[in-house]
Design a protein around this ligand. Structure first.
Ligand SMILES: *Cc1c(COP(=O)(O)O)cnc(C)c1O
Length: 350
């Protein structure tokens, strides 16, 4: 047998949401992608970066992502030394664990939230602790002082979609002895961000992704805002050329077109409200969503039955067999037309 590390031998590995081939006619509402294209400036920037003969691709990209960091820093009101870019926010979650949690040290997150935290902690050999949620969406039994090395707080939550109030997030920051990583993958669809806490608390990191609101899941782009000491640590750990030339210019162009972001997000939020109203009419139970998806339960509380019936109609949503989540499905908000088709199908499925 190969001398694999025990942590790797024992772990199952993360299973991403199903990605059907691009040319198959699915209505794809299972991985919270954006149904609209990114800013047109992204395409223009990509073509320009490639060059007429692809000649620019000969050379390595800027290992420091300098321009993209500057654009992000200016947008969020920080010095560039407080910003780090990444190959998807997943890279940041991974490197935060590598930076702060050694083997056997504690990493915690809320269950249910993003299950990839567990995979990353397992690879590192860190100890995993999960906290449940109360009925009113607060963290169950969170200690007055949490001594673990990292606590991942997904806000808005995935897969449930609600956001924690800012004052509550601040209280959690005060109660964490280690790092509080606020995973704001969906925050552009919500009403407020916790970014201001980064200035106030040395142990706070806010992570963002370009995969949802910026329509760039295929480019693999994320960023984090945190103290320069933490940025410097993360810079030591990452691959030196973690972002390719195309990702760098795409990220910069996307950040620079806030008008496109605002318009796209407004459309998705409006579609979300219409879809929610329609679901309620057919007897579904919903959690109020601050995201580009809803967690919805059919009247009989059998998520798998409805998931299968939608699948048969080539409508793909996300079902989780976990007992806490099996009563419903996570449904990404697509275009109005996609959501109308889905709503009609749900009405027929009953
Ligand atoms: C989608 C998602 C991510 C990952 O984003 P990438 O930038 O695509 O790696 C991280 N956290 C949560 C909660 C997500 O839903």
């Amino acid at each position: 047998m190969q001398p694999l590390r025990k942590a790797i031998r024992d772990m199952a590995g993360y299973v991403p949401g199903f990605q059907p081939p691009d040319n198959e006619p699915w209505i794809k509402l299972n991985t919270n992608e954006n149904p609209y294209p990114p800013s047109p400036q992204v395409r223009a920037a990509l073509l320009a970066e490639i060059g007429a003969e692809g000649e620019n691709l000969r050379k390595y990209p800027d290992p420091g992502s300098k321009t993209m960091r500057q654009v992000a820093a200016e947008l969020y009101g920080f010095d560039p030394s407080w910003v780090i870019t990444a190959n998807g926010s997943d890279e940041l979650l991974n490197n935060l664990i590598r930076a702060f949690a050694g083997e056997g040290e504690e990493v915690a997150y809320i269950h249910p939230s993003y299950s990839y935290y567990a995979t990353l902690a397992e690879i590192q050999g860190a100890k995993i602790r999960t906290f449940g949620l109360t009925e009113d969406f607060r963290i169950k039994d969170f200690p007055a002082r949490f001594e673990g090395k990292i606590f991942f707080l997904t806000s808005p939550n995935a897969p449930l979609g609600f956001a924690f109030p800012l004052a509550y997030i601040e209280e959690i920051a005060q109660r964490c002895a280690g790092m509080l990583v606020i995973d704001e993958a969906y925050v552009d669809f919500a009403d407020f961000t916790a970014m201001a806490l980064v200035k106030k608390y040395a142990n706070v990191v806010v992570t963002r992704t370009f995969s949802k609101s910026y329509s760039l899941a295929g480019m693999r782009l994320g960023l984090a805002v945190t103290r320069p000491e933490v940025v410097a640590a993360l810079d030591k750990i990452r691959d030196h050329y973690h972002l390719d030339r195309l990702a760098l210019v795409a990220g910069r162009a996307a950040l620079s077109d806030q008008a496109h972001l605002t318009a796209t997000v407004a459309k998705i939020r409006a579609t979300r409200e219409r879809f929610v109203a329609g679901l309620k009419e057919i007897g579904y139970t919903l959690i109020e969503s601050r995201s580009n998806f809803v967690f919805a339960s059919p009247p009989d509380g059998n998520g798998k039955r409805v998931y299968d019936a939608l699948f048969a109609r080539k409508i793909l949503v996300r079902y989780f067999s976990d007992p806490l989540l099996a009563h419903g499905m996570r449904i990404t908000i697509g275009t109005d037309a996609e959501m109308e088709t889905t709503l009609q199908a749900l009405g027929e499925i009953g």
